[in-house]
Design a protein around this ligand. Structure first.
Ligand code: AMP
Length: 526
């Protein structure tokens, strides 16, 4: 596995770049006065590197290959020139003028917000085609003619197959988060869509990494693209202090360890995302935190779209302090100002660690991450430390206690969520020579770096997410009913405490407890 390089933080060009770059403002990029005015109203004067690099070329109608990820300002890098170019011409019924493909509904909605913000001086018809929303509403908007169509691939193809959408009027195509599309198995859909759009179009293509499949795609569908590559946001100016926290393997021990560290961090903790490896853990941990009076919400792939968006905006608006999330639900989302990230589970894929901790320390702020580690996590921890090229310091600096306490733990056991327990590799942390410095020497405060190009695992949950995006209405309805998380959120705090399945010792609820999904109570055919 390739080592990550510590990369330079992309930042507004004003801070420490060359004199020429320092002089650059949005006004120098060639954007229209109406767009510039909206940018000024948004409070931005200095373009980020991806904006400075991509916008002038995009305005000239050239294809752009942007290698950048969320947090670098890449959305505005395509939205601003698109709005400028859309000032000429009009949309026709069922023939959108531009198309933006996004891997998830949340990202699609985020892009829509950007069009609303930067298009405030324009009368743009914007259509959002995402799953989990009725076709009728979307049909009506298409019928009116869309200047901007933002879609997830599955729903877009559904509309096309229903004959409600013609793609031969698309002048600008944006493929965003391409490597994420690859993770989610969307590449064949993307290829189909590209083939449906006239080759005279302009294509703006963005990906955080460039695995071979993505390179192939760009070779096939981009025409002499201008390549703009930037390092990820929040790397050098913004520090993320990373710590490991020892924890017992039992879920209630881990939950206790999490509560302890949250309380210990109280003074500096503004808000936090807590990552779990599995959806079931997201639900369990969320319920446990609520029971312990933490102001928590949850985000995972089985929640319906409305609940996901509501949860996300509550967290963004500061109404929720803790968001318990799975990787797929949270990846790529722009959630500014997160002070802490907690890894309730050590991520199985090392690069997920980089993505997770990158949720904090954004936009020039500092952040902290704490990762709960059990003995069974050793090989995953080793992989992470290898990937980021450093050892992570233990919280409290006490390395040995992890092993001592875990020795008294029950014997390793294979079972749910414990596939890795039989692994012996690297299981004795004391015997391992730390790379480049003594085990007790603290790791420097480091920053998130870009995952290596060669890592593009097909995450299980990502596949589930894709299936979900394309599920028929009845199935979605069943999932909607199975929304234990939402039910819990709707309960008043006093009701939550009164629930009989929440006994005092915080042991997990067996079965569904009080949260029997409604679809299971519906009589079926026998
Ligand atoms: P994105 O990478 O598009 O998800 O953007 C990350 C964040 O940066 C968003 O909250 C944007 O509003 C913000 N942003 C975009 N452009 C700029 C800029 N030129 N200066 C400062 N912040 C920006």
């Amino acid at each position: 596995m390739a080592r990550l390089e510590q990369q330079k933080q992309p930042k507004p060009l004003s801070t420490d770049d060359t004199a020429a770059e320092k002089a650059m403002t949005f006004a120098d990029l060639g954007l229209s006065p109406k767009v510039l005015s909206a940018v000024t109203d948004a409070g931005y004067t200095i373009p980020t590197p991806i904006q400075a690099g991509a916008i002038p070329h995009a305005l000239l109608g050239k294809d752009v290959l942007g290698i950048a990820q969320t947090g670098t300002g890449k959305t505005a890098a395509f939205v601003l020139p698109m709005i400028t170019r859309l000032e000429k011409g009009r949309a026709r019924a069922r023939m959108p003028r531009t198309l933006i493909l996004e891997p998830t509904r949340e990202l699609a909605a985020q892009v829509e917000e950007n069009f609303v913000k930067y298009g405030k001086n324009h009368r743009l018809n914007i259509s959002l085609l995402i799953g989990g929303v009725s076709f009728d509403e979307q049909d009506k908007k298409l019928e009116r003619g869309a200047d901007v169509l933002i879609a997830t691939p599955g729903r877009l193809l559904d509309h096309r197959e229903r004959g409600k959408l013609l793609l031969n009027g698309v002048e600008i195509l944006v493929i965003d988060e391409a490597d994420r599309m690859l993770d989610m198995g969307f590449i064949p859909d993307i290829e189909r869509i590209c083939e449906m759009i006239p080759f005279t179009r302009q294509t703006l293509f963005f990906s955080a990494t460039m695995p071979p499949e993505i390179t192939k795609l760009t070779e096939k569908f981009l025409h002499a693209p201008v390549r703009v590559e930037v390092a990820r946001a929040a790397s050098t100016n913004t520090s993320i202090t990373q710590r490991l926290v020892k924890a017992g393997r039992k879920p209630w021990d881990k939950r206790q360890a999490l509560r302890d560290i949250i309380r210990a961090e109280e003074d500096t903790l503004k808000n936090a995302i807590i990552f779990c490896n599995r959806k079931i853990e997201v639900s369990e941990l969320f319920r446990s935190l609520v029971k312990h009076d933490f102001d928590a919400g949850a985000l995972h792939g089985d929640m319906d779209q409305r609940a996901r968006m509501a949860m996300l905006s509550s967290f963004r608006d500061g109404k929720l302090k803790f968001l318990v999330a799975s990787d797929v639900a949270a990846r790529g989302l722009d959630i500014p100002d997160v002070s802490h990230v907690f890894n309730f589970d050590v991520p199985i894929h090392a690069e997920d660690y980089v993505h997770r901790i990158g949720r904090t320390g954004r936009a020039g702020k500092s952040g902290k991450s704490f990762t709960l580690v059990t003995k069974a996590d050793q090989k995953y921890l080793d992989a992470i430390e290898k990937l980021i090229g450093q050892d992570i310091e233990w919280h409290g600096g006490d390395l040995s206690t992890l092993v001592v306490s875990e020795e008294s733990d029950e014997a390793p056991r294979r079972g749910r969520g414990d596939k890795r327990s039989g692994d012996k590799r690297g299981s004795d942390r004391r015997s391992r020579e730390p790379r480049g410095r003594s085990a007790r020497e603290p790791a420097p405060t480091v920053t998130a770096a870009e995952p290596s190009d060669e890592i593009a695992p097909v995450a299980k949950e990502a596949r589930a997410e894709r299936r979900r995006a394309e599920e028929p209405a009845q199935r979605r309805e069943a999932i909607r009913n199975d929304n234990a998380v939402r039910k819990e959120m709707n309960r008043k705090p006093e009701q939550r405490r009164a629930r009989p399945d929440h006994d005092g010792d915080d042991h997990p609820v067996l079965g569904f407890g009080n949260d029997m999904p409604a679809f299971m109570t519906v009589a079926g055919k026998v």
